[in-house]
Design a protein around this ligand. Structure first.
Ligand code: SAH
Ligand code: SF4
Ligand code: F3S
Length: 466
């Protein structure tokens, strides 16, 4: 990336989830279509975009810290533009204007497509626009992908649930599904450009299609993707336990293209807390879904999200969470301390817990999950996996980093493989967040699709998580 170019330049900092990353790729695509070139720092860029998140309070603080840092550069350069987009912008347009009046453009989650126009208008003064409904599905916009072999594919936007802790429905709007034909067309086009793995994105992927057909169509989509020649791996995030049914498990087990990994956010192990969260499932119902998945896909890796310290959570409730975590044996868990959010029901619930109590529980949960993650990874030692190369290891320039179908990060000797190529790697040692391995049979793996029943990975024994 050159920084001595005379073309206008841009830099995007993404604060949020995969959907936010996907939106950043679209904003980058639009800017490049307008002649902007990417640079690697906010300091060097003509246009600096902060694509924000507001899921927890610390996300807000991070934005204002970044804005404060960039202000002197904006003051010194009349051509420089600061853009704030994403979920926090959707929630806080007026506050941003008050706290950071030097910001040039604010746009929300429903009007990414307006970025070039708002930038042009900002020559005359601050240009802020927030819409309440999506104008153009982001997937229709140009894109500049971060990876040539992997792509995010949006299958729906918004969310019709009302989890009492969650601000997403307020900032992303109601659920709108994309036509299945449009999704398949996009995936076929991506494959023709060299993509081998896609991650389907939606706040509740299992309800995909309900607004189109009156009935969920997610499993049909998975089967349809299995027919796309050249597509090797499909991942998805996130399924909601209440809508996750046998048809999706059958598609995961039967469609070779779908990876043996599921991220199934539980949030809490206590049925009382789940009820107050309005998650619409109980602890037992959740565990039934886990049993259904493990029966159909014994080698599946399961990950989750957990919130600690939801209002009114008792020590007994928390013990139920610890107990569930131990029982399920998650490969990994994203653990969060409850953060009260405006526009959510839980923010007004009584019995908000003291910070020290939440912190102490959080530490116990992390310690438990760390132990379990290591145990799960130890179960992979000695086994051979199909791995997609992601690039040179950040820790060791002589090694490559890749990912198994079960989404485990693995480091192995550099044989010159380029990102996106497949290698067969045997696990030598397991750690909490990664594995170390060696190349097998000359390394190259030609049987990329599901190992389920295929000889390549037949070394997986009973009870193995991966
Ligand atoms: N649609 C996804 C979740 C998106 S938000 C789903 O339902 O699975 C990602 C995660 O952030 C949630 O699963 C939850 O664990 C966490 N989260 C959301 N709101 C939060 C809050 N107010 N405080 C702490 N964590 C929160
Ligand atoms: Fe938020 Fe619940 Fe919707 Fe997920 S399903 S985005 S947690 S409201
Ligand atoms: Fe994602 Fe954060 Fe918005 S988690 S949907 S970027 S609030």
């Amino acid at each position: 990336m050159t920084e001595s170019t005379s073309a206008p330049t841009y830099f995007i900092r993404t604060f949020g989830c995969q959907m936010n990353e996907h939106d950043s790729e679209r904003m980058a695509g639009m800017l490049e279509a307008e002649g902007y070139e990417r640079v690697d720092s906010a300091e060097a860029a003509t246009v600096v975009v902060f694509n924000t998140c507001c899921i927890r309070e610390n996300a807000d603080n991070r934005l204002y810290g970044n804005l404060g840092h960039i202000k002197p550069l904006r003051d010194a350069d009349p051509d420089k533009r600061i853009v704030v987009g994403g979920c926090l912008a959707q929630k806080d347009k007026d506050l941003i204007q008050r706290r950071a009046p030097y910001v040039d453009v604010v746009l929300g989650t429903h009007n990414l497509a307006s970025l070039p126009r708002l930038l042009a208008e900002s020559k005359k003064g601050p240009s802020f626009e927030i819409l309440e409904q999506t104008e153009v599905f982001p997937s229709a916009l140009p894109s500049r992908r971060e990876s040539w072999w992997h792509a995010w594919v949006s299958i729906s936007i918004g969310c019709n649930n009302s989890c009492t802790f969650c601000i997403v429905p307020a900032v992303r709007g109601v659920e709108v599904s994309r036509r299945m034909g449009d999704i398949i067309d996009e995936v076929q086009r991506l494959v023709s450009e060299g993509v081998v793995e896609v991650t389907l994105l939606g706040q509740n992927v299992n309800s995909y299609g309900r607004d189109l057909d009156g009935t969920p169509m997610f499993s049909r989509l998975l089967w349809a993707l299995d027919e796309v020649p050249g597509l090797e791996r499909v991942r998805f995030t996130s399924p909601h336990p209440k809508d996750f049914k046998q048809d999706t498990v059958d598609a995961m087990a039967g469609a070779g293209v779908v990876c043996e990994h599921i991220h199934l956010p539980v949030q809490s192990g206590s049925s009382d807390v789940l009820k107050r969260m309005k998650r619409a499932y109980t602890r037992d119902k959740y565990l039934q879904k886990i049993a259904m998945i493990r029966t159909a896909i014994p080698d599946v890796a399961i990950t989750t999200d957990i919130i600690v310290g939801f209002p009114g959570e008792t020590e007994k409730d928390f013990q139920e969470t610890l107990d569930l975590v131990e029982y399920v044996g998650y490969d990994a868990a994203y653990t969060f301390q409850y953060s009260p959010r405006p526009m959510t029901e839980a923010a007004d619930l009584p019995d908000q817990l003291p910070k020290e109590v939440v912190q102490e529980r959080f530490e116990r949960l992390v310690e438990l999950q760390d132990r379990i993650s290591i145990e799960r990874n130890l179960g992979m030692e000695g086994k051979t996996f199909s791995v997609i190369v992601e690039g040179v290891s950040r820790k060791d320039a002589g090694r490559l980093t890749g990912r198994t179908r079960t989404n485990k990060l693995i480091h192995f000797p550099d044989d010159g493989a380029t990102p996106g190529s497949f290698r067969k790697v045997r696990v030598l040692s397991a750690h909490r967040n990664h594995l170390d391995g060696e190349l097998m049979d000359g390394g190259v793996d030609r049987a990329h699709r599901s190992p389920m029943g295929l000889p390549l990975l037949a070394s997986s024994g009973p009870g193995c998580s991966c």
